[in-house]
Ligand binder design. Structure first.
Ligand SMILES: NC(=O)c1ccc[n+]([C@@H]2O[C@H](COP(=O)([O-])OP(=O)(O)OC[C@H]3O[C@@H](n4cnc5c(N)ncnc54)[C@H](OP(=O)(O)O)[C@@H]3O)[C@@H](O)[C@H]2O)c1
Length: 244
C-alpha cells in the first residue's frame, strides 16, 4: 500500500511513554504501528487511541528480545507498506535484582541488556532496509539521563545516587548505538538521535516519576518529526542537548 503519510513503528507502544508517543505521532498525521509483545495489551492500546479519535493506529506484535518476532514484524511492514519512516526504539525494562555493581544479580543485568540494548540493536538491524526506502528515515532511541557517563559521575546531578549497573549501562550502550548508527548512515537521509524523557510517572518506576507521560514524550516526538536540517548522532532532553 503506497501512502504519503509517514509510517511510524513504536516498540513498547502499549503503555507509558510508548503509548503517548503513539498518540502524538498519530495526532501528527502518521500511520502508527503500535508495537507490543502482548497481543491483548497491544490491541487494547489501539482501541484506547481509536476511542480518542485516532483511527490510523495498528497493532504489530513485536517482542524485541526475539529475533523471530522482530523479523516477522519487519516482513509484515514490508509487505503492507514497503517502507518505514520512523522507528521509535522505546521498549525498555528496569528489573529487580539490578543495582550497584558489587551486589547486582548478573541474570537481571543480562536481561536488562537483552531488552534495552540488544533489543534496540536487533530492531534497528531488521528495520534498516525499510528505513533506507524512506525519503527521510528517523530513528529515536529512547534513552535516559541514567545512561549519561557525565551525569553518573557528577555528584551534583539529581540522579547521582540512582545507580543500576544493568539499566544505566544498557542506556549508555544504547547511546553508543546512536553514535555508531549515525556514523554508519552519515551519507543517507536517515537521522538517529537519543531522547532522554526525564523522570516520568510510569510502571517502570512504580509510578514514582515526577512528570506525566505527556511531558516525558515531548522530546522523542520532536526528534521523530525532525526536518532535513535536524541533527543526527546526538542526545537531547526537552531542555536541549544532553551530555553523553
Ligand atoms: N519512566 C521514566 O522515568 C523513564 C526515564 C528515562 C527513560 N525511560 C525509558 O522510556 C522507555 C519507556 O518506558 P516507560 O517508562 O514508558 O515504561 P513502561 O510503562 O514500563 O513501558 C515499557 C514498555 O516496554 C515494553 N517492553 C518491555 N519489554 C519488551 C520486549 N521484550 N518487547 C517489546 N516490548 C517490551 C512494555 O511492554 P509490556 O507492557 O508487555 O511489559 C511496555 O510497553 C524505556 O526505554 C525506558 O527505559 C523511562
Amino acid at each position: 500500500m503506497k501512502t504519503q503519510k509517514k509510517i511510524a513503528l513504536v516498540t513498547g507502544g502499549n503503555k507509558g511513554i510508548g503509548l503517548e508517543l503513539s498518540r502524538n505521532l498519530a495526532g501528527a498525521g502518521c500511520t502508527v504501528l503500535l508495537g507490543a509483545r502482548n497481543a491483548e495489551r497491544g490491541q487494547q492500546a489501539v482501541r484506547q487511541l481509536e476511542q480518542a479519535g485516532l483511527s490510523d493506529v495498528h497493532f504489530v506484535e513485536i517482542d524485541v528480545t526475539r529475533l523471530d518476532s522482530v523479523t516477522a514484524a519487519a516482513q509484515q511492514i514490508e509487505s503492507r507498506y514497503g517502507r518505514l519512516d520512523i522507528l521509535m526504539n522505546n521498549a525498555g525494562v528496569n528489573l529487580r535484582g539490578d543495582g550497584l555493581p558489587g551486589a547486582a544479580d548478573l541474570d537481571a543485568v543480562r536481561k536488562v541488556f537483552e531488552t534495552n540494548f540488544f533489543g534496540a540493536l536487533r530492531v534497528a538491524q531488521a528495520m534498516l532496509p525499510l528505513l533506507r526506502k524512506s525519503e527521510a528515515g528517523r530513528i529515536v532511541n529512547v534513552s535516559s539521563g541514567l545512561g549519561s557517563l557525565t551525569l553518573n559521575s557528577n555528584p551534583s546531578s539529581p540522579s547521582y545516587n540512582t545507580k543500576f549497573i544493568g539499566y544505566n549501562a544498557s542506556k549508555a550502550a544504547l547511546n553508543m548505538l546512536t553514535v555508531h548508527l549515525a556514523y554508519e548512515l552519515r551519507d543517507t537521509k536517515i537521522k538517529i538521535n537519543s531522547a532522554n524523557p526525564g523522570f516520568t510517572k510510569t510502571d517502570l518506576n512504580d509510578n514514582r516519576g515526577t512528570q506525566p507521560v505527556e511531558v516525558g514524550a515531548i522530546e522523542a516526538t520532536r526528534l521523530a518529526l525532525l526536518d532535513d536540517n535536524g541533527p543526527t548522532g546526538q542526545s537531547f532532553s526537552k531542555d536541549g542537548p544532553d551530555p553523553w
